[in-house]
Design a binder for this molecule. Structure first.
Ligand code: ZN
Length: 285
């Protein structure tokens, strides 16, 4: 299934993209896509509900705003330097263990919302990524068990302010957490529809020019490894997001001079099978 949320920010309603391309409102099912829904048998109950009600459920207008595809989770975690081609391009050694950092959950926005350059920011950058959405509590799980704890996948733009991430000391989360720095969606695509998450093309274009273009096959640490690895250090709860790292082509890496986001820029990005995002960049007011 492809699950989405629509409506004004903060009061989104749940929807489903049907196989025939219709977007339907499933508010009558009675649950948002949150920890209780994902951690219980919500996906299976929704599937059963759809078999009776999909034909008569109200359609969602194409003009509706889409929100993040899940309700605000307990955590957004990210892997750094997780693409072989990115590590090679940067001249950096392949990490022996996943590099982890977090992003404030208040950074979440919808896939077509504006990305706002915060006041004082000078090096705001893009990162197309495959995001894992946790579906069952995971604590100390093995790699063999890990995928049973995954609800599905979504597209994430891990927007980053490089000066705050890299030049201000301390942890990366300072440069990763501003409002609008985590567009997520349009869909949570359930795991059954993504047979091989480590074989998906992904790309990002800036003002129509493709700057990132790779495949999740380039990931150093795959989905099962990341879920298992992180669950050794903390409990992953249903709805938690793990963004799996970005391929080469971020603004910071452009030669001879880096390129950073400016007001008026447009980013478009896609992970094959998971949908496409588009954001207009604005300056903080
Ligand atoms: Zn990233």
């Amino acid at each position: 299934m492809k699950l989405f949320r629509f409506g004004p920010s903060g009061s989104e309603k749940p929807g489903v993209l049907l196989a025939d391309g219709r977007l339907i409102d499933v508010s009558a099912f009675g649950a948002d896509y949150d920890e209780a829904f994902l951690g219980g048998d919500g996906v299976e109950r929704l599937r059963a509900w759809l078999s009776e009600h999909a034909a008569t459920a109200p359609e969602v207008a194409a003009t509706e705003r889409l929100g993040p595809c899940i309700a605000r989770p307990s955590k957004i975690l990210c892997a750094g330097l997780n693409y072989r081609d990115h590590a090679a391009e940067s001249g950096m050694a392949i990490p022996a263990e996943p590099i982890l950092f977090s992003k404030a959950t208040s950074a979440l926005v919808g896939p077509f919302d504006d990305v706002v350059i915060p006041r004082g920011a000078t090096k705001t950058d893009w990162e197309v990524e495959l995001a894992i959405i946790i579906g069952a509590r995971a604590s100390g799980v093995t790699e063999a068990e890990a995928l049973n704890h995954v609800a599905g996948y979504a597209v994430m733009n891990d927007v980053s302010e490089r000066a705050w991430q890299l030049e201000r000391g301390g942890q990366w989360l300072k440069g990763k957490s501003a409002d609008t720095f985590a567009p997520l969606g349009p869909y949570l695509v359930t795991r059954d529809e993504v047979p091989d998450p480590e074989d998906l093309n992904l790309w990002l274009s800036l003002n129509g020019q493709r700057v990132q273009d790779s495949s999740t096959a380039q990931m150093i640490f795959g989905v099962a490894h990341l879920v298992s690895y992180i669950s050794q250090f903390m409990t992953l709860l249903p709805g938690d997001v793990i963004s799996t790292g970005t391929p080469p082509g971020v603004g910071m890496g452009i030669k001879p001079e880096p390129i950073y986001l400016q007001a008026g820029d447009v980013m478009e990005l896609e992970v094959a099978g998971l949908g496409r995002q588009r954001q207009l960049v604005k300056a903080a007011e």
